[in-house]
Design a protein. Structure first.
Ligand code: SAH
Length: 253
């Protein structure tokens, strides 16, 4: 087998990483800056698995350490997010093509959302890695009945989960009320989902020229019941999805 690039698997939540670690028999742990980096192999590929931490600063630090200290050459991120776009429902998947920080505002000096010093507000994910991840996500959805039983699907109304691709926005806020959600939809009509880490990874990966791909499972609709839906969904659904998607992605390499 030809050597493939050392790949980071990053999850926002412990449950998601657990499914990866369970399949990494030769792993060893390196702790840097309070983060546990699990180094080993997955489906024969060299990987480093780590929790991103919650929020943009924690995520940016983790991304920088992965690149500078752990020497990863590409990053795959899996997590959950709130759905913003019309038709982006709980149980759907969103593969990011670009990220923006919805709470970046240096106006009136810079246009709203523009990242000072970069002349842009959006950071793209890597096209080829994203294509591969989207393919893996779509085949995982096709086989969803193999890892989600009928009762779980019925409880969350997950009859026909769909895959969306496009803009995800990040900010240091758990969006959980209807008016904040509506404001984001008005301001950023093409945003499909909202979460708290992706844009930080996208900016750091842009700075270092490291390919990034991100998939998020929709856990809530960022509305008044988001905080109720979120923990239930995590336990029952999100961890299964991420394991299935990563499994398919790594098998294609
Ligand atoms: N109490 C939780 C953390 C909640 S923070 C725990 O530690 O288990 C929410 C996490 O899910 C963040 O990592 C964020 O990226 C994502 N997320 C899901 N729904 C979201 C929403 N509506 N708004 C913002 N982030 C959301």
């Amino acid at each position: 087998m030809t050597a493939s690039p050392r790949t980071a698997i990053v999850a926002a939540l412990h449950d998601e990483l657990a499914s990866v670690l369970a399949l990494m028999p030769d792993e060893h742990k390196q702790t840097v800056a309070g983060r546990d980096f699990w180094i080993g192999h997955w489906h024969g590929h060299e990987v480093v698995a780590v929790l991103s931490g919650i929020g943009k600063v924690a995520a940016a630090t983790t991304a920088t350490l992965l690149i500078e200290r752990l020497g990863v050459q590409r990053i795959v991120f899996t997590g959950v997010a709130g759905g913003l776009g019309e038709g982006v429902r709980v149980g759907d998947l969103v593969v990011a093509e670009a990220f923006l920080q919805h709470d970046m505002d240096a106006s009136p000096i810079f246009p709203r959302h523009e990242m000072p010093g970069y002349g842009r507000s959006r950071f793209d994910t890597d096209r080829s890695l994203t294509e591969q991840l989207a393919h893996a996500a779509s085949t995982a959805l096709d086989g969803a009945e193999h890892f989600l039983d009928r009762e779980t699907r019925a409880a969350f109304g997950l009859q026909t989960p769909r895959l969306h691709r496009g803009l995800i926005v990040s900010g240091d806020r758990f969006v959980s009320n209807a008016s904040e959600c509506a404001a984001l939809q008005r301001e950023l009509p093409d945003a499909l989902a909202v979460e708290m880490e992706g844009a930080a990874f996208a900016q750091v990966c842009h700075d270092f020229g490291v390919p990034l791909a991100v998939v998020r499972t929709i856990s809530d609709r960022a509305d008044d019941v988001a905080h109720v839906d979120f923990p239930r969904f995590l336990r029952a659904v999100a961890s299964r999805y991420s394991g299935a998607i990563l499994d398919r992605l790594f098998r294609t390499w």
